[in-house]
Design a protein around this ligand. Structure first.
Ligand SMILES: C[S@@+](CC[C@H](N)C(=O)[O-])C[C@H]1O[C@@H](n2cnc3c(N)ncnc32)[C@H](O)[C@@H]1O
Length: 498
């Protein structure tokens, strides 16, 4: 992330003018024992620290709702009302929905709102806009060589550079060019398209890393005379840029919280905060991959929430290897059986997410206990069940053995174990090679952040493999002691008697 005002003097001046602007907002407060500081030395931009010990429940700052940049406060709402009175795309449409103005969601709307303010030399949010970053460290802006450091990471397919570009070209640029007077003040020359696209990308990334979900104002209740309730919009959320709340950095262990009040948002201390400590918010239980994708950084505390995806095709290939005698026609029938089941049940995941079990942070924002891998996703075992049912149906005598429950479990676990090993091999380097490169300090360089993400995924894959191996081993022991005792699973025993 790069913030305008690279020189210390400019940086400090911009911080100061933002702070003065914020304090001048009617209803805003900023506690005397906190300070907005330069944390670029730690690769963390600006942040807020305590300048004296702070007791729990202290209100750190108050943000009056009119200062939040969102659909409720943007001048665009009055200029382009059609843009703001619409359903989310995909909801029931009326006949006007074909219009460009009718295809915005809260995300694209906030991009337009932000662009409008950036283009307005007299924007009332100017001191705030000038401290928002101009460039980002999110993988969306990485070169191919930076991205290659992520190797086979699950976040690669989610970066979405192409879809962002397409959204900007189809939904942002046409709206601006067809309503120039709403976006450009009199006398301001329209931006060339390439600059507008760059600005839209910048606004999109700022929203991703800075915007908050706000509870939108309830719609007025229809009066008694009105006999039709138009739409219940109560409880819908609206995205907004919240000055000062978004100056808080964040971690999986945190000490502050933003409360959404009717007239204002307040940041409060969740526990005692020592003088010099950074005040931290919480972005949620995100793994480092997702944290990097959305916010452009990684932390040691977020590693407990790491996830890794395993494509179904890897599990399927291993499962198929267990039935070498099946013909191509039989596999076609198995696939048709699975497809039919997926259509009936509305299922059919392409990949399965592995994650650890861990406690939520407590009410004071503190973490407790270890995060441990405690089991495979339920959907994966369900899908393997369907697969084996399909095999049993078409495989004739080769499928008979599948009546044995412990054999089915063994096939399931053994195939998943193989798939996890295959998934690990998709990365260009081994976990052992990577472990030698990892430094304990939080990385700020792209290559090192990518290293943390791929190491996190590989560690999780290893933990999952250990778990599956243990399950497999105990299943095998159980089956063999059953055999020794002359016991077998009920369906197999029945068949033998027959
Ligand atoms: C809502 S902003 C917080 C304010 C930001 N530091 C600034 O200077 O504008 C979120 C961005 O701050 C940075 N950030 C937040 N928490 C961080 C942390 N714990 N360590 C490093 N950077 C962090 C990331 O660049 C993230 O995209």
């Amino acid at each position: 992330m790069e913030i305008d005002g690279g020189h210390d003097v400019d940086f400090a001046r911009q911080t100061q003018s933002f702070l003065e602007w914020f304090r001048s907002l009617p209803g805003a407060t900023f506690h005397q024992d906190i300070q907005l500081v330069d944390l670029r030395g730690n690769g963390a931009g600006r942040g807020i620290i305590a300048t004296a010990d702070i007791v729990p429940d202290t209100v750190l700052f108050t943000i009056p709702r009119p200062s939040i940049l969102c659909a409720a406060t943007s001048p665009l709402a009055a200029q382009l009302p059609s843009l703001f009175n619409q359903d989310e795309p995909g909801s029931d449409s009326d006949d006007e929905n074909e219009d460009d103005d009718k295809s915005q969601d809260s995300w694209t709307l906030l991009i337009l709102i932000l662009i409008r303010e950036y283009l307005d030399p007299n924007s009332q949010w100017k001191p705030y806009l000038s401290i928002l970053p101009t460039t980002f460290d999110t993988p969306m802006f990485w070169s191919d060589s930076d991205l290659s450091q992520l190797q086979a990471s699950s976040i690669l397919p989610k970066i979405g550079r192409a879809s962002a570009e397409s959204m900007i070209r189809t939904r942002i640029i046409p709206t601006i060019t067809s309503h120039p007077s709403a976006f450009y003040a009199p006398g301001v020359a329209p931006l060339p398209e390439d600059q507008l696209i760059t600005l839209a990308h910048r606004c999109g990334s700022a929203i991703m890393a800075y915007a908050f979900d706000l509870e939108s104002e309830p719609e007025p209740t229809p009066s008694d005379e009105e006999d039709e309730w138009i739409e219940d919009r109560e409880g819908r959320t609206m995205l907004g840029m919240v000055p000062m709340a978004d100056m808080l950095n964040a971690d999986a262990s945190f000490n502050a919280h933003i409360n959404h009040g009717e007239d204002a948002l307040t940041a409060t201390a969740l526990r005692p905060i020592k003088k010099g400590e950074e005040i931290l918010n919480y972005y949620g239980p995100l793994g480092n991959g997702e944290l990097l994708r959305r916010y452009g950084y990684v932390t040691a505390n977020h590693a407990r929430h790491d996830v890794v995806e395993v494509p179904w095709t890897l599990v399927e290939a291993r499962l198929k290897g267990r039935f070498p005698g099946l013909t191509t026609e039989q596999w076609t029938s198995v696939n048709a059986y699975i497809k039919e089941h997926d259509e009936e049940e509305g299922e059919g995941d392409d990949s399965f997410v592995l994650e650890r079990e861990c406690e939520d942070p407590d009410a004071a924002g503190q973490l407790h206990g270890e995060a441990t891998f405690a089991g495979l996703p339920e959907e994966l075992s369900e899908r393997v069940k369907v697969f084996l049912k399909g095999v049993k149906k078409v495989a004739g005598s080769e499928g008979d053995a599948l009546a044995d429950k412990s054999l089915r479990k063994e096939i399931y676990l053994d195939s998943v174990l193989g798939a996890l090993q295959d998934r690990e091999k998709q990365y260009a380097t081994s976990l052992e090679e990577d472990e030698r490169l990892v430094k304990p300090e939080r990385p700020v360089e792209r290559g090192e952040m990518a290293l943390w993400v791929r190491v996190g995924e590989k560690r999780l894959l290893r933990e999952a493999q250990s778990w599956v191996s243990r399950e497999l081993e105990s299943g095998r022991r159980e089956a063999s002691s059953k055999r020794e005792r002359g016991e077998e699973d009920a369906p197999a025993a029945k068949r033998r008697r027959a």
